[in-house]
Design a protein around this ligand. Structure first.
Ligand SMILES: NC(=O)C1=CN([C@@H]2O[C@H](COP(=O)(O)OP(=O)(O)OC[C@H]3O[C@@H](n4cnc5c(N)ncnc54)[C@H](OP(=O)(O)O)[C@@H]3O)[C@@H](O)[C@H]2O)C=CC1
Ligand SMILES: CC1=C(/C=C/C(C)=C/C=C/C(C)=C/C=O)C(C)(C)CCC1
Length: 316
């Protein structure tokens, strides 16, 4: 009897959340204020990281900027300060546990307060076919895109839980929800990031830590240069062009500010996720071929090769 009542309640809840979430697409829920929050952004010297720093600043938050490259990181801090915001820079290699824990402590000492919003944004891709790819580059992708999430969450979640206040944001990718050819390192690391994030979200909910929110951000190609050359069939690209970095970050911010658990940018990319789950493998392969998404990374890999030949930075 109790089982049947629980089942009925669960089904009603499922329907309620489907209706509520559909309605929220049209009627945006109220955004939460984040002025005075302390936001840590990893990879803050890069394309999206810099824009996140600026967007959080616009909303009145202070930003802690972590990047492996101090020059680009200082550039981000300069832009934030020019907007009248507060930025604190640290040169951190997020793949190093020791570096992460040491800098978390240093930051706490420097600022005398804790991070309340963590944006795990740093990311890399090898840009080589698996058989041409040095093992170190594969390991680096796994360490930056996946392992680093463990270290930063271990460094900042305890205080968030203690305060019952915080937000963990993971910038993953649509390539963490469906995959394509020749980016095995990246897809594996982003699938891992997605599941790391989801497991953490489940843990917080199971423990009823209501005050610590989570948002998983899964963007399609963004024009930051990281995937320079990546291209699908022209006719399909008209429907699904690469995202403007500013648009991508604004969409991600909208999701964060309403505590939305998951956002795929653009919305159209929810479809391949559904098809992957529902259709036979061969049907998906046929659709991939039709849309040119089976070989979309070929020109990207050629671009990376040219960068190496020209003697510039070998990997994104
Ligand atoms: N661009 C795209 O098409 C998409 C990107 N994403 C994801 O968005 C995030 C941001 O990407 P985007 O801004 O385009 O990429 P960028 O390459 O512009 O920025 C990434 C930043 O992370 C930094 N970084 C790399 N390794 C480390 C490390 N070990 N420790 C600290 N910082 C590090 C980079 O520094 P350095 O430059 O010195 O290496 C760079 O500043 C990534 O997670 C990416 O996977 C998701 C979907 C699409
Ligand atoms: C595979 C695939 C597609 C193309 C996806 C591409 C090209 C994704 C690139 C994503 C990047 C670069 C993410 C970075 O994090 C389509 C056309 C949606 C159709 C369904 C299957």
């Amino acid at each position: 009897m109790i089982f049947l009542m629980d089942l009925q309640m669960m089904l009603l809840d499922v329907i309620y959340f489907i209706l509520r979430n559909s309605l929220q697409v049209i009627l945006r829920p109220r955004t939460k204020p984040i002025d005075g929050e302390l936001v840590l952004i990893t990879g803050s010297g890069g394309g999206l990281g810099r824009l996140f720093a600026q967007e959080f600043t616009k909303h009145g938050a202070e930003v802690v900027l972590w990047d492996i490259d101090s020059n680009s990181n200082e550039q981000t801090a300069k832009l934030v300060r020019e907007m009248g915001g507060k930025a604190y820079t640290y040169t951190v290699d997020v793949t190093s546990r020791e570096d992460v824990y040491r800098n978390a402590e240093l930051m706490r000492k420097d600022l005398g307060r804790d991070v309340t919003i963590l944006v795990n944004n740093a990311g890399v891709v090898a840009g080589k076919r698996i058989l041409d790819c040095p093992d170190e580059l594969i390991e680096r992708t796994m360490k930056v895109n996946c392992h680093a999430l463990f270290w930063t969450v271990k460094a900042f979640l305890p205080q968030m839980k203690a305060q019952n206040h915080g937000h963990i944001v993971t910038i993953a990718s649509v390539l963490g929800l469906f995959s394509t050819a020749c980016v095995e390192d990246y897809c594996a690391s982003k699938f891992a990031a997605v599941d790391f994030h989801e497991s953490l979200a489940h843990e917080l909910l199971a423990e009823e830590v209501e005050g610590v929110k989570t948002t998983l951000v899964c963007p399609y190609i963004v024009d930051t240069g990281m995937f320079e050359g990546c291209k699908i069939r022209e006719e399909v690209e008209l429907l699904l062009p690469p995202l403007e970095p500013q648009y991508c970050v604004e969409q991600a911010m909208n999701a964060i500010l309403v505590n939305q658990p998951l956002v795929c940018i653009p919305r159209l990319t929810y479809l391949p996720v559904l098809f992957r789950a529902l259709l036979p493998w061969e049907s998906n392969v046929t659709a991939y071929r039709f849309m040119g998404s089976d070989k979309c990374m070929y020109p990207f890999i050629e671009t990376t090769k040219k960068q190496v030949t020209n003697g510039s930075v070998a990997v994104a």
